[in-house]
Each structure stands twice: as C-alpha cells, then as structure tokens.
Design a protein around this ligand. Structure first.
Ligand code: GAL
Length: 822
C-alpha cells in the first residue's frame, strides 16, 4: 500500500466514524448523538408498493413533517422456499432503506419476523410447518432456529451496507416479535410463551445492532433488555413498564384494513390529530403512524382470510401514493408545530392541571419558555378554559396547543387544510372497453375429472396448507365411486375454508365460500350419479392464510377430514371420507404460467367474441398505457373472482362480486368520541352494500408507454371481462371549510399538470353537503372573485381571508370554498 492509499483509507475510516450516530435513551426521549429527539414516523411497507414509487412516498412523508420511516420485514416474501431468497424488485429491502437514507430520514426496522400486518400467515413462511416439531412462536428449537437464522440474515444484510445508526446509517430502532403480549394474555401463564419471549429478546440483543430493541404490546413479563411500546388508536394513558425508558407508540392506526365482506373504514383527521396531540401532551416522544401509506397486497400476499387486495388503510397517502386531504395536511401542521417545540417537550419540567372532569391543561417549561396543551375529552361538550387571563374555547374531543401558553396555534378539531376528492377518469388513450379485443383459453380441468394421475393418493381428506405448502391458492381432491343404476343425491362437503367448487362427472355442481368471519362451512349440492364409475372432484381455494392468534399454524384450511358424503333421496348415505383421494396442488394454468403469455399458447377468439360467465377461464387483452403520471387502476366490475396480471405482474386477487355488508356505522359520522374498528360504535363507513373492491392498482412501473400492454385474468367463478376498463386517479373537487378571518387558504390540484378549472362556491353560509356537492348558503361575490382570479388556470394558489370578503348578515363568519381541478 502506498502512503497515499493509506492516507485515503484512513480518511474513509475517519469519515465513517464521524458520520456514525449514537442512539441511547432516557425516560423522556431517544437520545441521538447526545440530543433528545422527537421521532415522528410513518409505516410504509416496501412490498406493498414498487421501488419506483418508494422515493416519492418517502419524500411525501418527509414533506408531511415526518423524520422517520418504519417498516416490517416480510419473511415469507424474502424466503418463499427454505433457503431460497428473494431480495429483488419490491423485496429489495436494502434499496428501500437506502432511499430512506437518501431522503435524510431515520428508519425503524421491525424485523418481527412474525409481523401480523394482514399479511399472509403473518409473514411466516408456510414451509416452516414441514419442519418436525415446529410450533410457531413458542419456545421450541425448530422455530427458534429458523427465526434466529432469518433475523441474523436480515441484520447482517443491513450491517453489510452500514444501515445501522452506529455505522452511519438511518436505523435508530429495531423490533423483535410483534404484539406477543396479546398472545401471552390468551395463553394464560404459558411457560413456553414466557421462555420464548425472553429468548427473543436475548437473541435480538446478541445481534449487536447498536440501537435499542423494542417490543410492542408487551406489557407483562417484559424482558429487561427491550423497550416495550404501545399500539392502538390511542396511547396517551399508556406508559412503559419501567422508568428510564421513553414512551413509544409503534402503531397509531390511521384507519383500518379492509376485508372482502366489509365496507371501508375511515378515521377522521380530527380524531387522529387528537390522539397524537394527547400522546405528546402526556410525555410521548416517539410516534409512528400505522399506516402512513398502506398500499396494495399484490400477488398472494394478503392475510386473513378476507383481507382485500387494496391495503389503502385510509392512510395519509392513499393506496396509489396520492396525498389524502385533509388528513395529510392537518397532520403535517401538527407535526411542524410539535417539532418546533421539541426542546421544551423532551427537556421541560411539566405539570398537568385538571380543570374538572375530562379537561386537563399541561404546561411544559424549559429555559424560560413554555408550551401548553389543553385537552377536552368530552364527546359532546365544548369547553371554555381560562389560562393566564385568556379564555379559550376548546371544542369537544379536541386538544388545543399553545406554543407560548397564550395563543392557540393549533386545535385538533379545526381543519385548515383543503379536502381533495379523488376521481377516476376514463383513460383517454385507451380504446373504449367494447373495442378492446379479448381472447380466452379454458383452464384445463380434464385431468381432475377422470382417472389421470394426481400427484399422490391417500385414503383420507388432507389439510390443505400442509398438502400444498401454500404454493398455490388451489388444491384438487378427486375420488371415484361405482354406482348401480342412476341415482339422485345431495353432496355434502364439510370444509375449513376458504372456498370450494364441486364437480361430479366433470360438471360443476356447486360452489360456496366462508362467510361472516368463520372459515368452516358446508357445501351442499344436488347431484346425479350414473350407472358405473362416477367421479367427484373438489377444488378447494384459500384466499390468504390466517395472520393472527395463538398457534395459528394449527388452524386448518381445505377439506381436512371432511366429512364428504352423498346422501340419497331415500336417506341412503355414501361416505366418501375414507375413499381413495387423489391430490394435485395448483391449477394447470398456473403450472404452465399462462400469466406470462408465452408464445405458443392457444388463445381463442372468434371474430372477437368470447364466452362470458364461464367459470375457470383465462382471458387476455391488450391495451395502451394511459398517458401521464397519474396512478392507473383497472375497473374489474363485471368479473367475479380470480387473479389479474399486467405484463406478467400480479395485481393480486380480485373479487368484485363480493358485496360489502351494511353496518350501523354506514350512516353516522362524527369525529367526536373513541374510534374503534370492531363492534358497536363503528362509524364513518363508506362503500356499504357496494362491491368490496372493483378498482385494482396497476403501478406505472408495470406498464410500458407506447407499446401494447397485456392484461390477463384468471376468472374462476364466471364473469364478463369485456366491461373491464382502465382509469387514472386524480384530484377532482377541492374544498376548504371553516376558514376564519386572517387565515391563508391554499388550494392545490395535486400536481401532474392539473389546474383549477373553476371556483364553484365561496360562501359564508353554514356549508351543506360534502365536497364536490356543496350548496352555498350566503355567497360572497368578493371571495368568489378573489379565488377565481388567484386560482383558475393554476396548479395551486393561496388567498388570504380578509375583511374585504365579509358577508353581511350571514349566519356564520366561516368561509367555505369549492373549486374543481381538471
Ligand atoms: C396490530 C398489528 C399490525 C396490524 C394491525 C392492524 O395489532 O401489530 O401488524 O395487524 O394490528 O392493522
């Protein structure tokens, strides 16, 4: 080595040491490089979007006032088969963390590797079950060995590229396991559970990652070497299990996940802001939104069963990565304010003063400055609170923040940000649906209708996950029986879910699926047997494996013991349960990889006509990619259930024929009061009685501009593909309401070249209707003119609400404005 080379190397080493960050903590905050910090973080799950989307999502999170990105690690995505790894494409976790680093943000690495997350099997690979003695998430060597192997692999991958803070990287916290406290609670003093969770903590600490390890929802039996944290809709009244550790909220649920049988959950911006403000009022200092961007369950990744392909979550960034307003902006205002008060909040002395039931004032004091929070936890009563001689009206279920303890800078119930209504626009480039030419191919069912060999035979009805190791949603069960003469029977199939198709002598005789949250159901169909040999072929399908609960690996799927019976009209029963059953995992078309549209496939089309409502059919069409940058979706209304691919990329399972339930919360929406996602009290639901999901995200990176793109569908239940159509998603109407004198009002059309086409309403009346359909009350010509002049033709505009707008004699002094973007 020359002296120069040595010097250079030494320099590199010095810079690395210089950029290394230390992460410690005390009872008030994480201490990063000796500074107590407030962490405002958001969950973005890398496989729920595409690498092309990551920089934009991360930058929007930063713009939204966050300084940290959090993600789980998706074991079964990374190790789909034992010791066969995938770190490509959407699973390129290193690239994802490098994007976080490039954005100058911190990262939280939640390895799990059990993650729950509405993800297939909670992230655990199904092949784990094939290992003898395996028990998920309990103290046993087979599980712990695999968990340690994977955890070590991820940690080493991160270390290799210097991703931990101590190496100069973005990762400031790491998580092991996930919400195990809930499981321990259900298992009641289970020794194996306790040993397991302590083993997890020790194993994690052995990894020497140089940053603290956290465990969420672990309030009892907390290992000494981890920080326990809170998950939920509210975490202000929760405190960690011991002193000396900061109050960390790992999951503030910004909405809720959607299931095929449920409407869409919405958690209001006011309520989330209330929860966040309460948390910081009560000494919180590390906060993460679950989810900040929910995204999409591409492929077969959704858990459940019954989690939809969309994982939008009503998050501040919508499924496609668009800013969801007013949620995004209302929370950004709060983040900016909280970060401006950082020093006082994490160092300050504090006192909480009760102003009677449900009202508390908290004052933080540091270095001669002070900040105050006033909360009003009444659900139905606005309160007047006098502080230092000033009286403040604090609306019900809200928190006011006064950065100098005198003037209110923010109230969680007062939204200053615009509401944006996203609209789906027909694709101008695409030919009309009728002119999209479709061709088709039948799924080859024949091998399973007759005596062709399956993979193997057994004289019992096997559990599906164990049989197919979840390599496909589908498992065939086939048997035959001799019958004398003709006979009418009812076929009964008892199954553990999730769906079932029954064929007798090659004819589809019935279908059914699990419902109402229960996996177990019975299929019943009238069938005719003929004289001689009869075939009974049953196709069982899963729609995402269970992701939650103790020992969920023991929850069966498929026919699993049956019974399967034929009961004659005269009561005679033929029990097929112990017959010789032949098995085959997967569909013929899956094996042939029809979705890759290889040359030589025999797609059929007779003058462009194709069969519709035909079960087990593959369809194909080509289309042009919509121009521009706006998000693309395909409307699959008219299809029934199946899987869709664009240019070989899976969009996920589709099921537009499933209708979301009508629930009490469909018709009431008030942000005031505790938000819950299950049971009584649910509110603000939309999409009740409508198809649970008709629009499916087609990420831009799946598309090729200026070339024909291929859409392939596998339709299992029979539907009409000719109605499928591509749309782009863009901001339509934008509105502001409850703007007060002196406020700056900003309207924005969300970029992508969209501009304000018209200002439709500027009114002082109490606004009626919702954004896009506001009916003005007391029009202000002056305001209308000011907004029209400033906004029309512009992507965004800001107008100050001045006294010149005043609408004399109007009921309310608050201004409502509605404009349309196009
Ligand atoms: C939590 C869990 C998350 C997710 C969430 C609901 O309990 O930790 O992974 O499942 O619930 O969306």
């Amino acid at each position: 080595m020359t002296a120069l080379q040595f010097l250079l190397l030494a320099l590199v080493a010095v810079t690395q040491v210089a950029s290394a960050t230390t992460v410690t903590y005390n009872d008030r905050a994480l201490v990063i490089d000796g500074q107590r910090r407030i962490i405002l973080s958001g969950s973005i799950h890398y496989p729920r979007s595409t690498p092309q989307m990551w920089p934009d999502l991360i930058n929007k999170a930063k713009e939204g006032g966050l300084n940290t990105i959090e993600t789980y690690v998706f074991w079964n995505g990374h190790e789909p088969r034992r010791r066969q790894y995938n770190f490509e494409g959407s699973y390129d976790i290193i690239r994802f963390f490098k994007e976080i680093q490039n954005a100058g943000m911190h990262a939280i690495l939640r390895i799990g590797p059990y993650i729950c997350g509405e993800w297939n099997y909670g992230g655990l690979p199904a092949w784990l079950r094939d290992i003898p003695g395996m028990q998920f998430r309990l103290h046993n060597a087979p599980f712990e060995r695999e968990m340690e192997t994977f955890t070590t692999l991820i940690v080493n991958k991160m270390k290799d590229v210097n991703m931990f803070a101590g190496q100069g990287g973005p990762i400031i916290l790491a998580q092991i396991e996930n919400e195990y406290g809930n499981i321990m609670g259900q298992l009641k003093n289970n020794q194996s559970a306790s040993q397991y969770i302590h083993w997890c903590a020790d194993m994690a600490n052995k990894q020497e990652v140089g940053v603290p390890w956290i465990m969420c929802q672990q309030d009892n039996d907390v290992p000494h070497n981890v920080i326990n944290t809170c998950n939920g809709f509210y975490c202000h009244d929760w405190f960690p299990n011991r002193t000396g550790i900061p109050k960390i909220w790992t999951e503030n649920w910004t909405g809720w996940f959607k299931a095929w049988d449920k409407p869409d959950f919405h958690r209001s911006a006011e309520d989330i802001a209330f929860a966040v403000a309460m948390f910081f009022q009560k000494r919180g200092s590390v906060h993460n939104y679950y989810m900040y961007h929910g995204g999409t369950n591409f492929g077969r990744t959704s858990g459940g069963p019954y989690i939809t392909t969309s994982y939008d979550y009503d998050a501040p960034l919508d499924e496609y990565g668009n800013i969801r307003q007013p949620k995004y902006g209302h929370l950004k205002d709060l983040h900016d304010l909280i970060r401006s008060m950082e020093k006082i909040l994490v160092h300050g002395k504090y006192n909480d003063t009760s102003y009677g039931k449900n009202v508390t004032v908290t004052k933080y004091m540091y270095g001669g400055s002070s900040v105050c929070f006033i909360n009003n936890q009444f659900v139905d009563r606005d309160m007047k609170v006098t502080l230092g001689g000033e009286t403040h009206l604090v609306p019900a279920w809200s928190v006011s923040i006064l950065p100098n303890c005198k003037t209110v800078a923010y109230n969680t119930a007062k939204i200053k940000t615009q509401t944006s209504v996203m609209v789906k626009k027909a694709n101008s480039v695409e030919k009309e649906p009728e002119t999209m030419r479709w061709s088709w191919m039948p799924e080859n069912l024949k091998p399973f209708m007759t005596d062709h060999r399956g993979s193997f035979r057994q004289s019992q009805l096997l559990e599906q996950i164990a049989t197919s190791t979840d390599q496909s949603d589908y498992l065939w069960y086939r048997t035959s029986l001799e019958h004398k003469g003709e006979g009418s029977y009812t076929l009964y199939v008892n199954t553990s879910g999730h769906e079932m198709y029954a064929f007798v002598n090659g004819r589809l005789v019935g279908q059914n699926h699990s419902a109402d949250g229960a996996f177990v159901f019975q299929l019943q169909s009238p069938v005719k047997l003929h004289s001689g040999k009869n075939y009974v072929s049953l196709l069982s399908g899963t729609v995402g494996l269970k992701n939650y609960g103790p020992s969920f690996e023991l929850v069966p799927a498929g026919i699993a013991g049956g019974p399967v019976k034929l009961v004659g009209t005269n009561g005679t029963a033929i029990d097929l349960t112990k017959s010789s059953w032949s098995y085959k995992s997967g569909l013929a078309g899956e094996l042939r990889q029809i979705h890759l549209d290889k040359p030589g496939y025999k797609w059929q089309s007779h003058n462009g006509t194709i069969p519709v409502n035909r079960p087990f059919t593959w369809y194909k069409t080509t289309f042009e990619a919509p121009a521009g940058e706006e998000a693309v979706v395909v409307d699959l209304l008219g299809l029934n259930k199946g899987v869709a691919w664009v240019n070989g990329n899976s969009l996920g399972r589709y099921w537009p024929s499933y209708t979301a339930a009508e629930m009490p919360g469909c018709h009431v929406c008030d942000y005031r009061g505790k938000f819950i996602a299950e049971g009584d009290g649910i509110r603000c639901l939309t999409g009740c009685g409508e198809p649970a999901q008709r629009f499916y995200h087609v990420p831009r990176s799946f598309l090729r501009a200026g070339e024909p793109n291929t859409l392939i569908l596998f339709e299992e239940a029979g539907g009409d593909p000719t109605r499928a159509a591509f749309h782009t998603v863009a901001v339509g109407p934008v509105c502001v309401a409850a703007v007060e004198l002196g406020d700056d009002v900003t309207l924005s059309c969300g970029g992508h070249g969209r501009v304000v086409a018209s200002v439709d309403v500027a009114s002082f009346g109490v606004a009626r209707g919702s954004c896009g359909a506001y009916k003005g009350g007391c029009e202000s010509k002056a305001a209308l003119k000011a907004f029209t002049d400033a906004c029309v033709g512009r992507e965004s505009c800001t107008v100050k609400y001045t006294a010149a707008f005043a609408g004399a004699g109007c009921q309310s002094g608050a201004l409502t404005v509605q404009a349309t973007c196009s």
